[in-house]
Ligand binder design. Structure first.
Ligand code: ZN
Length: 299
């Protein structure tokens, strides 16, 4: 789930968040509901020349409101570009992605609201304001965040810190691959965002416990970036100890093991198997047992 910049300026958006939090406790919806499929597009292969075959995820489009032809073109253009960056980051997902497109007339950005749907189908609901330009859609972070969620399984509403931290960390990686953020931009963003939420974790509670309190207090930026600290540390340890980045390890995870796991513990055990280390499980255990303030000492 993306959180709303500007502290949720409109009642309708606030109502939507309240509704989703009540239902799920986090932004990921676990649903088997499949709505009408109006357009199925973006085949995997569209070139006879194998050297030039663009790999694409299989996207099932659901148009939840009436959109003009130009609007459909803009939305497809936007999400197709993001999909290229997703593929370059994670490899091809081993499932179809369902994109539900809703019209939004509120909000001061291209995608005022979005959330995933998990269960039998893996997908994202995008609420879009098509008055924004294609450039503005491409530089927004919502799609990179939501589609990143799908690269790991739904881990339950009790683990929001883990799932939102993961998507928050990885959205920057996807945006760097896409070319809308530089390596320096990403480093600066991590440094400033993690420093900004350090105060919220000056606690003897563990990070998951502190994050739960932040969620109840609607402090979504601190909740999301607190969780992102876990993945920042994981990437740092992989880089120094096995000379691999977290995105590279995750790409291996998506290829071999994406289907089936359900908990942060299981995901971390699998990452450990892939890396032939105990790094992820050890770090997760630290986050579950150590005071949050110790986890934030370096930020
Ligand atoms: Zn999210």
């Amino acid at each position: 789930m993306r959180y709303i910049r500007g502290y949720m300026i409109r009642f309708s958006i606030v109502f939507s968040i309240v509704f989703l939090v009540i239902i799920t406790g986090c932004g990921e919806i676990n649903s088997d509901t499949q709505k009408k499929v109006l357009v199925s597009a973006l085949p995997l292969i569209d070139s006879p020349d194998a050297r030039e075959i663009p790999i694409k995820n299989t996207i099932i489009w659901h148009w939840e409101n009436r959109f003009e032809k130009q609007e459909v073109h803009k939305i497809k253009q936007w999400l197709s570009v993001i999909d290229v960056a997703i593929i370059d980051t994670y490899g091809k997902y081993p499932f179809d992605m369902h994109f539900y497109i809703h019209r939004s007339k509120s909000g001061n950005e291209p995608v005022p609201w979005a959330h995933t749907t998990r269960g039998k189908d893996q997908g994202v609901h995008f609420h879009v304001n098509t008055t924004y330009s294609i450039t503005e859609f491409l530089t927004d972070w919502t799609a990179q965040h939501e589609i990143s969620h799908l690269s790991i399984p739904f881990v339950g509403k009790e683990n929001t810190w883990f799932s939102e931290g993961y998507a928050t960390y990885m959205q920057c990686q996807v945006m760097q691959v896409q070319g809308v953020l530089t390596s320096d931009d990403v480093k600066y963003k991590y440094a400033t965002k993690l420093a900004n939420c350090k105060q919220a974790y000056q606690s003897d509670l563990t990070v998951p416990q502190a994050a739960d309190s932040l969620k109840k207090a609607w402090n979504y930026p601190a909740l999301y970036w607190g969780g992102a600290s876990f993945f920042w540390k994981l990437n740092a340890q992989y880089s120094s100890e096995i000379q691999k980045t977290l995105p590279r390890v995750i790409a291996e995870y998506v290829k071999c093991c994406r289907i089936g796991h359900r908990s942060p513990e299981e995901i971390c055990e699998t990452l450990d198997q892939i890396t032939e280390t105990k790094i992820a499980s050890k770090l997760l255990n630290d986050y579950k047992t150590e005071p949050a303030r110790l986890m934030f000492e370096e930020f």
